[in-house]
Design a protein around this ligand. Structure first.
Ligand code: F6R
Length: 611
């Protein structure tokens, strides 16, 4: 949510900033801007709309020689998207310019204070307050004024700060929003995401909570909140990500590229954890004694990650036989969770930076629970603050709508359930062996589904003008319907809701009328006939049914559904890994046929670092 970038070096700040913003546009895309220092003056360029608007505006500017600059791509929180509300924000004196990712919760009282001091504000943003506050304290020492200003800020902030009187440095600050420093040949950088730095460097440093860094072209000095200099040299790490994975390759959209990558990334996620028919978590060294005393598991996450958690709940309760509650992180953090030392909290997050999930994690730790996170981004805040981390190997996920990260999360949840069930002797060795074999073959089975993606495109063509849809299923199918429905609405803007099929007649069925689209998932053999009854009920009221099931049910389903997509007959427990794929593909093609901006759906951003 919002991407910030900064450069200090021998020259060419602007091309670097624009390239970096392009890589981070997925974080927010309603406006963008840059500020550069040239001859002790800050020049700011900002534009409402996509990054290309800014690039066009800069075409005729001769700024290539600028040696310091900051940039921003915005997801609006305070104030609508507009040129004025875009970042960077500059103080009234023109001396201080700031880019910000996060939210300043006490900005109104700070604004009142600064107004009384004679400051005038031109934007509706909370960020402008930061620039003015630093300006207020500025007396020739940027670091000192930033330290003073930051001590008065409440909320979350990753900041990049530029000062016209001190053009030899940029200052970076981090609290509850990601910020990475990169180091290169006679130049250094900051960014919200490693991906923005990969074209220039792989040597990075993750700024820790509440620390401030003074970044010059040939030095990086990090200060803790007590203003003590930290020796950061040992904390640099090398990133070995493949730059190609941040490009679209031959695909028109990242979403389809990432859907098609699923067999590979699942195989990576799974294979390293299965050795000689046993499950190993090298990254998860939890004491057997602790597991034996486990009385409850909470799974906490947001959006699709929470939907993965619902699949996890069904499987864990079945295999481990321990109560599992799935809570949306935004709710969990403000209720009274019943937690003690015998509770394990599992946080699931692709980005590892989601503000609500991070806050839930901190709350659970405060209450005494151990926290295990399932995270895709190495070194992210959630990973850093957890007691145990299991990484998914989805690689960089760039489309705003998650696909491959969700699928990897499912596989980790399966493996974890089996791992704990085995430790607690709740699963027979035959069943364990059978499950491990199934999980090892998920990638191949997904390949089979993907090879029929054109069939789903044809089905999507039939329903592209639908304005609303219902997803129904029972048990694990219901959990997958939740994800299918989220996918469809976020990328195609078709209003959709997921219901447990048995619940339909308790209210929602009143919305079914002639032509209503119902997407039904039927992979749970024991529940198949119940589902058929539910489908008859909606069909009797005029619904058009698109069913996803396995070949073995061909006879029954073809009598009732208008369209059917068959997935391989696989396993009742692990069917979500297969059944979610047609929903992802259907959502993609529905969005494509409706001319939606698939990789950057309206109003969304990839990494939600504000509450
Ligand atoms: C939906 C989607 C979001 C994320 C949610 C959590 O396609 O991607 O719902 O799942 O914002 O994000 P992470 O997993 O980064 O915590």
């Amino acid at each position: 949510m919002c991407g910030i970038i900064g450069y200090i070096g021998a020259g060419e700040a602007l091309p670097f900033l624009l390239k970096g913003l392009e890589k981070m546009e997925y974080r927010g895309y309603d406006s963008s801007g840059v500020a550069v220092v040239s001859e002790n003056k800050i020049k700011v360029y900002k534009k409402c709309g996509r990054l290309k608007e800014l690039e066009n505006a800069l075409k005729n500017e001769e700024l290539l020689e600028c040696s310091a600059g900051i940039g921003h791509t915005r997801w609006a929180t305070h104030g609508k998207p507009s040129d004025i509300n875009s970042h960077p924000h500059t103080s009234k004196s023109g001396k201080i310019s700031v880019v910000h990712n996060g939210i300043i919760e006490n900005y109104i009282s700070l604004k009142n204070f600064l107004t009384q001091e004679g400051y005038k504000f031109i934007s509706d943003t909370d960020t402008e307050v930061i620039a003015q506050l630093i300006d207020f304290y500025y007396n020739g020492d940027l670091l000192d004024s930033v330290q003073k200003a930051v001590s008065r800020l409440e909320g979350s902030y990753a900041l990049g700060i530029l000062c016209s009187d001190e053009p030899d440095k940029i200052i970076a600050v981090k609290k509850d929003s990601p910020l990475i420093i990169g180091t290169g040949e006679n130049e250094n950088y900051i960014a919200s995401d490693v991906m923005a730095l990969l074209l220039r460097t792989r040597k990075i440093y993750r700024l820790q909570e509440n620390n401030i860094a003074v970044i010059k072209k040939d030095s990086i000095t990090v200060y803790n909140p007590a203003k003590k200099v930290l020796n950061s040299e040992n904390d640099f790490e090398f990133v070995n990500w493949d730059i190609e994975s941040t490009n679209k390759g031959n695909y028109e959209h990242f979403m389809m590229k990432e859907i098609m990558e699923q067999p590979t990334v699942i195989s990576k996620t799974v294979s390293s954890r299965i050795k000689n028919g046993e499950i190993y978590f090298d990254d998860f060294d939890i004491a057997d004694e602790y597991l034996k005393n486990l009385s409850k598991i909470y799974i906490v996450a947001c959006g699709s990650a929470a939907n993965a958690g619902v699949v996890g709940k069904y499987i864990m309760e079945k295999l481990i036989k321990i109560p599992v509650e799935v809570e949306l992180a935004s709710e969990f953090r403000y209720k009274t969770p019943l937690i003690d030392e015998s509770t394990l909290l599992i946080v699931i997050s692709q980005s590892g930076e989601t503000a609500d999930s991070l806050a839930a994690l901190r709350e659970a730790k405060r209450l005494g629970a151990k926290v295990l996170s399932i995270v895709n981004v190495k070194g992210s805040s959630i990973a850093n603050e957890s007691d145990y981390v299991i990484y998914t190997s989805a690689g960089p996920e760039i489309a705003v709508a998650t696909t491959k990260a969700y699928s990897c999360q499912l596989c980790i949840l399966y493996l974890l359930s089996l791992f704990i069930a085995n430790k607690l002797n709740r699963i027979s060795s035959d069943k364990l062996y059978e499950c491990i074999n199934k999980i090892s073959s998920i990638s191949d089975k997904i390949e089979e589904v993907l090879s029929k993606k054109d069939e789903i495109m044809e089905i999507a063509k039939k329903y592209k003008d639908t304005e609303y849809a219902f997803f129904i299923g029972r048990n694990l199918d219901y959990a997958v319907c939740m994800e299918g429905s989220l996918k469809l609405k976020e990328v195609s803007y078709i209003h959709s809701e997921a219901y447990a099929a048995g619940e339909l007649k308790h209210g929602p069925i009143s919305l079914i009328e002639n032509g209503t689209l119902v997407l039904a998932l039927l992979t749970q053999d024991k529940l198949f006939d119940k589902m058929i009854s539910n489908l008859r009920e909606v069909k009797a009221r005029g619904a058009k049914i698109f069913a996803i099931t396995t070949d073995i049910h061909k006879d029954k389903i073809s009598q009732i559904a208008e369209s059917v997509f068959y997935i391989p007959d696989f396993s009742n427990e692990f069917s979500p890994s297969l059944s979610v794929i047609p929903f992802q593909i259907f959502s993609y093609y529905s969005a494509l046929l409706r001319n939606c901006d698939i990789d950057k759906p309206r109003n969304l951003a990839k990494s939600v670092t504000v509450e």
